[in-house]
Design a protein. Structure first.
Length: 74
């Protein structure tokens, strides 16, 4: 019996850590905007204007990075 080759998933979420993003969920509704604080294989932790929010990856339809205007600082 041959072993299946294990493939690593694309690693784009580490590049977004600390960046502001818009997350749209598969269930619809309002998009969620926040900064990615952390992640694991199943969840993403966002810091939003209303506090921290834990989003399960399987519920995410899209993740879009928000580009801050040049010269913009917080």
């Amino acid at each position: 019996m041959a072993e299946e080759a294990k493939q690593d998933p694309p690693q784009f979420i580490p590049k977004l850590k600390g960046k502001k993003v818009i997350i749209r969920l598969v269930s619809g509704g309002q998009p969620v905007t926040g900064t990615i604080e952390g992640y694991n294989p199943y969840e993403i932790l966002l810091q939003t204007a209303k506090g921290q929010l834990l989003v399960f990856k399987h519920s995410i339809a899209t993740i879009e990075q928000v580009d801050e205007p040049k010269g913009f600082t917080i």
